[in-house]
Write a new protein. Sequence first.
Length: 342
Amino acid sequence: MNREKLFHRFSGLTIIAVIVLFFLGGLVRVTGSGMGCPDWPKCFGSWIPPTSESQLPDDYKETYKQKREKKVNRLIGFLNKIGMHSKAEEIAQSNWILEAHAFSFPRAYTEYVNRLWGALTGIFALIAAFFSIGFRKSAFWKMAYTFLGVFFVAYNGWLGSLVVDTNLLGGIVTIHFVLAFLALFFFMLGYYHSKPALSDKFVKHQKIWISITLSMGLIQLISGTLVREQADFLSRSGTVLSTENMELLGSVFNLHRITAPIMAIILLFIWINNQAYKERKNINTIYLVLFGILVIQIISGMVNVSQNFPVVSQLLHVVAGSLLISGLLFLVIQEFKIKSIR
């Protein structure tokens, strides 16, 4: 197998691995397993987590609490040095950051599997980057995009450790999620750089519409993670969310809800507009699939609100949203590869 095929093999594996990470990350989030392992990169001080609490020292909670306190204090000092005094003060006043977490086998191994898959994703990314070096003269941007993807995969891995150190601190979790899509986008750019587009037919204003849809999708993504962080904050303060007090989630919740139906209308409009062009049959099928995924996301979101956020619908909502953004990134790349206008 030549270098180009090996590059596309491992670059493709990286893309798939990142998409799977969205599912695993969503599973960690909705099951409350983010602190299933109180340390990083090990889990309870071991590369393989214990299977029961009896395997841990009696004072393990206090031990990990003290370790986290040292790391949090370093973070506070760093934020003060770079002038982020308000954020440093917010962290210093958040006593829940040092909250001790009891061992839970399901949560520990849910988080552990997520970390193992993340490590495997990193290995695939590094191998893809190695083979991309062969394109430094013939297709420089293929290599450049791949190395940017590796950078964001690595940076996101570091952010994962910071998420653990700060007990799922608001803002960091959102950045952690968004940067995963940035890594995915760069690997997609590298992978599809020299591949032909799914269609050679350009429809007027199509690039504008898909760009608007992606922008709205990113707004929905960020607002959704902020809503989840606000829900976590309310939960820590003892507030139980229900259909009667959703206003506690703030205006960002309304923004999150409004963008979804608008995106659905635009995707349906694009699909109908493409029906007249046989050359766009394959790419049009993807538009229809994404419309269906968006409908699933909307329905699962409605179930979340009406049924007090059941785990299954939460996971379905996160996975559908992740697949939607991944698909929109792919479509943007495809549409902007089409040069001819007919």
